[in-house]
Design a binder for this molecule. Structure first.
Ligand SMILES: NC(=O)c1ccc[n+]([C@@H]2O[C@H](COP(=O)([O-])OP(=O)(O)OC[C@H]3O[C@@H](n4cnc5c(N)ncnc54)[C@H](OP(=O)(O)O)[C@@H]3O)[C@@H](O)[C@H]2O)c1
Length: 467
């Protein structure tokens, strides 16, 4: 697949030109456009977008000056598309990098760069959308963004941006009103293209039903371990371009896993092709017709992540990747406090948590039932043999909660025993007795998940008040 109109990645419109202000500084001596080896896609809005973006955020976030110099390095090595958001606190450092790149002549005009930003949920109120974008533009020091996305189909109470947010702050999402305001941003020339993020097929259908300007992009989590085939197919049909966040599985972060970077399938392909696992993972995204939004703050890896063009994956390799085990793990912490993620359309349909008679997680079970999330129980026997002697009863109890059992035994006799849990049931009295078992969680999760900067600030938050 190459650039849709056959030309390299200069970012200009294929039809009419923008009336939005531009930061072009014509007197600076410009170096050739180093972004030209990255193909671009023509969005439904008519604007061109480079098909690799640099993700600008991570946790913990480095100081602003470090971020600015990191983004400048990215521009130097060839990135022309940057993904920021009001939530990330990276708009200002990115704006400084853009201004400095222009000053140094690393790019000739503002138009050589493609800047994406996002509307946070506290501003997903029709009257707040334009002010929020103007605030974003002020922080970026720009007259327009190339792409403005609704960060999530979620509305939170007006106020301070916080993440993870509290369940009590969630309001019904006003899809129509919010999108109308996004359309106004486009008409005013404040955003060249508009789109959404974290929308599933159903939410996209609802949006398309009343949109005057269809969303040009849907930015969602896509990688070899979470392939979102149905969603990608749907977006193709509707002319919505997919941008893939966490394309490397966000390895090393609390919201990610090593499933992509440790994939034996990708590793074999990488070895055979003389590429790195990251390059194979990113090339796979490109071959799905999607744009990878990849974060690296390391110059060597930034370069490596751009070297995914001029070679391709064979049909056999694509077929192997399509068989990668799929897991939509949004950080281990998520399984403990799903309430925080209510109304995120791509929250997991399945969640694996510690669950056994001595750690019954009643609130979590009820929450998952209500929200159509199937639970699987790890440590169903309490992991350290604490419940031994009553295995069948303990496992049957899990089954009767509507939860799948993930039990380990390497002993043939016990393997057999552990599946003898069907064809009989626990009486009401027995269930009642079990409900009175002293509750004591085995896995020392606190150390891993509770910290001032982590997803959960206190034990109470981690356990949704269930401790
Ligand atoms: N719309 C949304 O809701 C949403 C959600 C999450 C993220 N995003 C966007 O997507 C961007 C990227 O997602 P992400 O950070 O979650 O995941 P990611 O890009 O899949 O993974 C980033 C991690 O991979 C490492 N890495 C990068 N290149 C590598 C390579 N060649 N080899 C080995 N490791 C490599 C990075 O470390 P180094 O920096 O040390 O290289 C970093 O730890 C974010 O920055 C953000 O802009 C959007």
């Amino acid at each position: 697949m190459e650039d849709a109109d056959g030309s390299p990645g200069n970012i200009n419109r294929t039809s009419s030109s923008s009336s939005a202000p531009s930061l072009s500084i014509s007197w600076v001596h410009c170096v050739p456009n180093m972004g030209e080896n990255v193909p671009s896609v023509v969005l439904s809005s008519g604007w061109k977008m480079p098909m690799v973006a640099l993700g600008t955020t991570t946790e913990p976030l480095p100081p602003p000056q470090v971020l600015t110099s990191t983004y400048l390095t990215a521009i130097e090595v060839g990135y022309r598309h940057f993904d920021t958001a009001a939530l990330y606190n990276t708009e200002e450092p990115l704006g400084h990098a853009v201004a400095e790149a222009l000053r140094r002549g690393l790019v000739c005009t503002r138009d050589d760069l493609f800047i994406t930003s996002k509307l946070w949920c506290t501003d997903a109120h029709p009257d707040l959308v334009i002010p929020a974008l103007k605030n974003t533009l002020r922080k970026l020091g720009l007259g327009y963004v190339d792409l403005y996305l609704i960060h999530s189909p979620t509305r939170l109470k007006k106020g301070e941006m916080v993440y993870p947010f509290n369940k009590e702050d969630i309001l019904p999402f006003d899809m129509r009103g919010t999108w109308e305001a996004m359309e106004e941003c486009s008409r005013l020339g404040l955003a060249k293209s508009i789109g959404v993020s974290n929308f599933d097929c159903e939410k996209l259908s609802q949006l398309l039903a009343h949109a005057t300007i269809p969303p040009a992009v849907n930015q969602v989590k896509v990688n070899a371990s979470w392939q979102e085939r149905k969603l990608i197919e749907f977006c193709k049909e509707k002319g919505i371009h997919v941008c893939a966040w966490s394309p490397l599985g966000a390895n090393g972060s609390w919201w990610g896993s090593n499933s992509v970077m440790n994939s034996p399938i990708l590793n074999d392909i990488a070895l055979a092709k003389g590429k790195t696992i990251a390059q194979v993972a990113l090339r796979w995204i490109y071959e799905q017709g999607a744009t990878a939004v990849v974060k690296s703050f390391n110059e060597g890896r930034m370069k490596e992540n751009l070297q995914i063009f001029g070679w391709e994956l064979s049909g056999e390799e694509l077929n192997k990747i399509s068989q990668s085990p799929q897991s939509r793990v949004f950080g281990s912490g998520k399984s403990f406090s799903l309430a925080k993620f209510l109304d995120w359309t791509n929250y997991p349909k399945r969640s694996l948590v510690e669950l056994n008679v001595a750690w019954q997680q009643k609130k979590l079970i009820d929450f998952c039932k209500e929200n159509g999330i199937h639970l699987c129980a790890w440590s169903p026997l309490g992991a350290y043999g604490t419940l031994r002697g009553s295995n069948a009863v303990a496992l049957r109890w899990i089954y009767e909660q509507g939860v799948s059992v993930v039990v380990k035994s390497f002993n043939k006799g016990r393997m057999k025993e552990n599946i003898q849990i069907f064809g009989w049931e626990l009486s009401g009295e027995e269930l009642n007795k079990i409900s009175q078992i002293l509750q004591q969680r085995v896995f020392p999760a606190e150390e891993l998940f509770v910290s001032a900067k982590g997803p959960y600030k206190s034990l109470d938050e981690l356990w949704d008040g269930e401790i």
